[in-house]
Write a protein that binds this ligand. Structure first.
Ligand code: X8Z
Ligand code: ZN
Length: 610
């Protein structure tokens, strides 16, 4: 494979003719740079598509059936891809052509920049470093995806093996603090084994980014937005600051409500992590009396959940999912007792940059999986929307990564609203919904609680890890310092200094340096939602139903179909008339402030700024 690839490469680059056009007159030179770029891309594209496909297929297998053999195949395919995409000749040619930017079309420049971004993942100018990085990434994923979580042991033998869905169920439902603490501790056990791999990857990821001229890996990832690290951190700080007053009220409400629930007389200043219904405290479900979202889907089958999510999209005029989605995806948990291990975190895959789209999930009939399924199908419909002739393979991406995360989040928000839930029979006739409490639950499970984690803890941690080269012995202290400052949460008991609780978060290992995508997505979601509800549907953004409205589908398609061929800021301005702004999100949750201040009257609520 690699041998024939190298041969092809040599021949085609010879055919491209390098930058030998300087003797032409100005007009000819102008066309010739564009022509040269077109030739380069015409050579690059088919090989790129075929190697992405090979590499995605191998990764899919390694993630859905963890084994040494599949990890080896993943590493092999990823190495082949890197040998191609990171080839020094592409780097030199793309850079040289981009020095003639005024003489290239916007579409060509975007493709060349994306070619360089792909090369930056494994630049063959330092092939040994790139190869070690690819192998270390595979090993880390194998460790994470193959880890056996365990709730009870006799000696070193696990007597109660579990999957993360089981741990999440305990944190979602149990009212017994000892059981909750056991589940929370069990969820953190994967951290220590992942620690050495993360430390190795810290050096390797920084190394390859520096090889391409970036200061560090974090800066390289941030460049997807056309922003510098200080600009990104300032944006994230602003989001944390703007939502802090409401977060302070929610935090106070949660401290007192949960202390009451667990029979603790004096609520602690920081919320104990095992009191919350999520392993990282990134959302706080199940906290509002009278709002039981899980009950809405209890008794439904996991298949119904996925089909219902698809119906939301077809209800806006999108096509049904391709039949291969249903046959090739891996949507449900591995049967208890099966020796197979698979990645436990939901993901969506664009295998061949065309119609082979798949999702990896472990769907069960609960609210978390209901919203996650709508989120994943957002990625899938994004893939399908930009797989059209106007979008070259290199630009089959979101306008930026946050757009990709935002589309499905938007549909999760829309599919959680009362009129829609009534229309599909999940809220029975005669059942009254308390609007204030429903909005409170939505804030506790939505952006106001999520932002301190996403824009604060996670992003600050990854910036410290890569930009500031956080030393290995400070991984846990840094993590818990950030969790306390941004989220106001503490571990149930002191954490070992040589552990890695950050490593328990999937993205730290296999989707690194980009968690702020979700923070920015949550802001975009409310901008799009407000526009759809007010300007297209003329409905209240709190009770707005997209289904049955192909014009909403058209609007979403107008955002998704161009993929990365357009600048994300221009797309936002054209579609909503505004720049990136947290205003619509703050407006949405504004009615809660007065309500919470009443609920929290007489309580000690101060939460210092991070
Ligand atoms: O990782 C995800 C998606 C991946 S496509 C399920 N999310 C973040 C997380 O789970 O931490 C969605 C929201 C935040
Ligand atoms: Zn996602």
């Amino acid at each position: 494979m690699r041998r024939s690839l190298a041969t092809l490469l040599t021949l085609a680059l010879a055919a491209c003719g390098g930058s030998s056009t300087h003797s032409a007159d100005a007009r000819d030179a102008q066309t010739s740079f564009e022509r040269e770029a077109t030739q380069l891309l015409a050579f690059y594209d088919p090989i790129y598509v075929s190697l992405v496909t090979e590499s995605s297929r191998a990764s899919w297998l390694a993630s859905t059936d963890v084994s040494e053999e599949h990890t080896g195949e993943r590493t092999g395919a990823a190495t082949a891809f890197s040998a191609f995409a990171g080839n020094a000749l592409f780097i030199t040619q793309a850079r040289a052509l981009l020095t003639h930017a005024p003489e290239l079309t916007d579409l060509t420049k975007r493709q060349l920049r994306q070619m360089l971004a792909l090369a930056a993942d494994a630049p063959q100018t330092n092939a040994d470093l790139a190869r070690r990085r690819v192998a270390a990434e595979s090993r880390q994923s194998e460790l994470l995806d193959g880890f056996q979580f365990c709730l009870a042991r006799t000696g070193t033998t696990c007597t109660q093996p579990v999957i993360t869905n089981d741990l999440d169920r305990i944190l979602d439902e149990s009212r017994v603090l000892a059981d909750r603490e056991r589940a929370w501790n069990a969820s953190k056990e994967v951290g220590a084994p992942l620690r050495p791999g993360l430390i190795e990857l810290q050096g390797l990821r920084n190394g390859v980014a520096r090889e391409m001229g970036y200061d560090d890996f974090f800066q390289f990832q941030v460049s997807n937005y056309g922003m510098s690290t200080p600009e990104m951190m300032a944006l994230l700080d602003r989001l944390v600051r703007e939502t802090r007053p409401l977060y302070e009220q929610l935090h106070c409400y949660a401290r007192y409500e949960l202390a009451h629930r667990y029979g603790v007389a004096q609520p602690p200043a920081l919320i104990p992590a095992h009191w919350l219904g999520n392993r990282w405290g990134q959302e706080w479900p199940g906290m509002v009396d009278g709002v039981d979202m899980d009950a809405l889907v209890r008794g439904k089958s996991p298949e119904w959940i996925v089909q219902t999510a698809e119906r939301f999209y077809t209800g806006m005029g999108f096509s049904a999912l391709p039949p291969s989605f249903w046959t090739a995806s891996d949507l449900y948990p591995v049967a208890a007792g099966s020796p197979r291990h698979k990645n436990a975190h939901a993901s969506a895959w664009h295998i061949d940059l065309n119609q082979d789209v798949r999702s990896l999930m472990s769907v069960e009939a609960n609210w978390d999986w209901f919203t996650t399924t709508h989120h994943e199908l957002g990625h899938i419909y994004y893939f399908l929307s930009y797989s059209n002739d106007s979008v070259p393979p290199l630009l089959r991406e979101g306008a930026n990564r946050a757009y990709h995360e935002g589309m499905g989040d938007l549909i999760s928000l829309a599919s959680s609203q009362e009129p829609y839930l009534r229309s599909i029979g999940l809220i029975p006739e005669g059942q009254v919904v308390d609007q204030q409490r429903a909005l409170l639950d939505s804030a506790l499970t939505g952006p106001i609680v999520f932002l301190p984690f996403a824009a604060g803890t996670m992003s600050q941690f990854e910036k410290a890890l890569y930009t500031d080269e956080l030393p290995a012995d400070q991984l846990n202290t840094k993590w818990w310092d950030l969790v306390a400052r941004y989220q106001g949460i503490a571990p149930p008991s002191p954490r070992p200094a040589d552990g890695c609780d950050a490593c328990t978060k999937t993205h730290i290992n296999d989707d690194p340096g980009q968690y702020y995508d979700y923070a920015i997505a949550s802001v975009l979601v409310y901008q799009f939602h407000e526009h759809i509800c007010r300007d297209i549907l003329h409905q209240d953004p709190h009770a707005c139903n997209y289904v049955g409205h192909p014009e909403v589908g058209e609007f979403l398609r107008s955002i998704m179909a161009p993929g990365m061929t357009r600048d994300w800021r221009e797309v936002l301005r054209e579609t909503t008339g505004s720049d990136l702004s947290a205003e619509p999100m703050l407006r949405y949750y504004e009615p809660l402030m007065a309500y919470l201040q009443t609920q929290n009257a007489g309580r000690q609520c101060a939460l210092p700024a991070p």
